[in-house]
Design a protein around this ligand. Structure first.
Ligand SMILES: Cc1ncc(COP(=O)(O)O)c(C=O)c1O
Length: 438
């Protein structure tokens, strides 16, 4: 069979360019990570071709002897690693997984979801009005306290007043430990299901550096491609507590995934999830995750020395959220300047942000991918320096309030920033560092 290069030179060239781009820059978007070659091998395997609608030993097509074993292995590994009695490994990704949980338990336009507001670090699927979750279900959003942390008393008061059917705890941009026990007590008090969305911190939980929700939540959902370092995908797990509340919970979730929401599972993805779970159960993974967190803490300490304002004052996990308002730099300006300097992060709203989501006041960055490359404390000190120099270089550019003027500002800024000598010098130094960590 001909190779990709011979069949489609355009796509081949783009893949090579992406390999080069990511190899020569610092990937610091906290949700991104590099999977192992073993994971990619499973993902690109023959298992891609097969339709396996249904579940192991209950399929709608023949020829499932191998597919069944693959899926059972993935389920068993997930169950063992997270300590749960039921795991569904078929969700195509995190958003359909959360959707399936809602479909399993809620009546559309009637039942309520209570989740962290997007503006405060929640995910779109936690009830944002622009996502299906906010359109098809009633939503009660909660916010963070003034200190940038969960205000459990306020959350409890809101839950008692609103009586949601599901409380979602978990976030996309929360740098602190989540008190799952407290969330569990709140859910129990109002008779709600607690869905712990651990997409970002699944790896930390496996490695024991973040408490597990297993004794407190009824359902645990995680994506498999972030700190877990697997393929893009997701899993929904039901805990003992969940089965106690509702012995049919596992069946309800399975039916909501298939046939409720999805068709055939992606067996290649399931195999790659199984590989990632196997890798995550080893000692090396624990050492890796401990380094992810240590690196994030060092980065935080160094940035604080440069007077960066970290939301909540620091980090307990793999990510940092920085409010740039004291630096007089908008998050969108900072994100572009950092990209030119070879540091890839994302602009992000900060709690109580008055700016629109496209021009938020902050940035979010994390250490999972650069730690996968083997970077440690010494490199974090260098990176903090580069971030500081980059932000200083673009500070005091006031973003116009007028929409049209803002567009014009960005057009001019884009032309100018790609020629900025200081940033290009940093990018060169970043490339040199990256070449030591392939
Ligand atoms: C907390 C959380 N939940 C769900 C998702 C959705 O995952 P996906 O992008 O795979 O649909 C994300 C993705 O960023 C997330 O951070």
């Amino acid at each position: 069979m001909k190779a990709l290069e011979d069949i489609d030179s355009q796509i081949f060239a783009l893949i090579k360019q992406e390999e080069k781009r990511t190899a020569s820059t610092l990937e610091m978007i906290p949700s991104n990570n590099y999977p192992s070659k073993a994971v990619l091998e499973a993902l690109g395997s023959i298992l891609n071709y097969k339709y396996s609608e249904g579940y192991p030993k209950k399929r709608y097509y023949q020829g499932q002897r191998i597919a069944d074993q693959v899926e059972i292995l993935a389920q068993e590994r997930a169950k063992k690693l997270f300590g749960v009695p039921h795991a569904n490994v078929q969700p195509y990704s995190g958003s359909p997984a959360n959707t399936a949980v809602y479909f399993a338990l809620l009546e559309p336009f009637k039942d309520k979801i209570m989740g962290l507001s997007l503006a405060y670090g929640g995910h779109l699927t936690h009830g944002s009005p622009v996502s299906f979750s906010g359109k098809y279900f009633k939503v009660v959003p909660y916010q963070l306290g003034k200190d940038g942390r969960f205000d459990y008393e306020e959350i409890e008061k809101l839950a008692i007043a609103e009586k949601p059917k599901i409380i979602v705890c978990g976030a996309t941009a929360y740098p602190r430990i989540i008190d799952f026990k407290r969330f569990g007590q709140i859910a129990d008090k109002v008779g709600a299901y607690l869905l712990a969305d651990i997409s970002h911190i699944a790896g930390l939980i496996i490695a024991g550096v973040h408490p597990s929700p297993v004794d407190h939540a009824h359902i645990i959902m995680t994506t498999t491609h972030k700190t877990l370092r697997g393929p893009r995908g997701a899993m929904i797990m039901v805990t003992e507590k969940g089965l106690k509340k509702d012995p049919e919970l596992g069946n309800k979730i399975d039916k909501a995934v298939f046939p409720g929401l999805q068709g055939g599972p992606h067996d290649n993805q399931t195999a790659a999830i199984a590989v990632a779970l196997r890798l995550a159960s080893g000692k090396q993974f624990k050492v890796y995750i401990e380094h992810v967190v240590r690196n994030a803490k060092v980065l935080a300490q160094e940035l604080v020395k440069f007077n960066f304002k970290l939301v909540s004052g620091g980090t307990d996990n793999h990510l940092l959220l920085i409010d740039l308002s004291n630096k007089k730099v908008n998050g969108a300006v900072a994100a572009l300047a950092l990209e030119v300097a070879g540091i890839v992060i994302n602009k992000n709203a900060v709690p109580g942000d008055l700016m629109p989501p496209f021009y938020p006041s902050g940035i979010r960055l994390g250490t999972p991918a650069i730690t996968t490359r083997g970077m440690k404390e010494r490199e974090m000190v260098k990176i903090a320096n580069w971030i500081n120099e980059t932000i200083n270089e673009v500070s005091n550019r006031v973003l116009p309030a007028n929409k049209e003027q803002r567009k014009e500002f960005f057009k001019n800024f884009r032309e100018e920033v790609f020629k900025n000598k200081k940033l290009l010098q940093i990018a060169k130094e970043v490339r040199e560092l990256c070449s030591k960590f392939p």
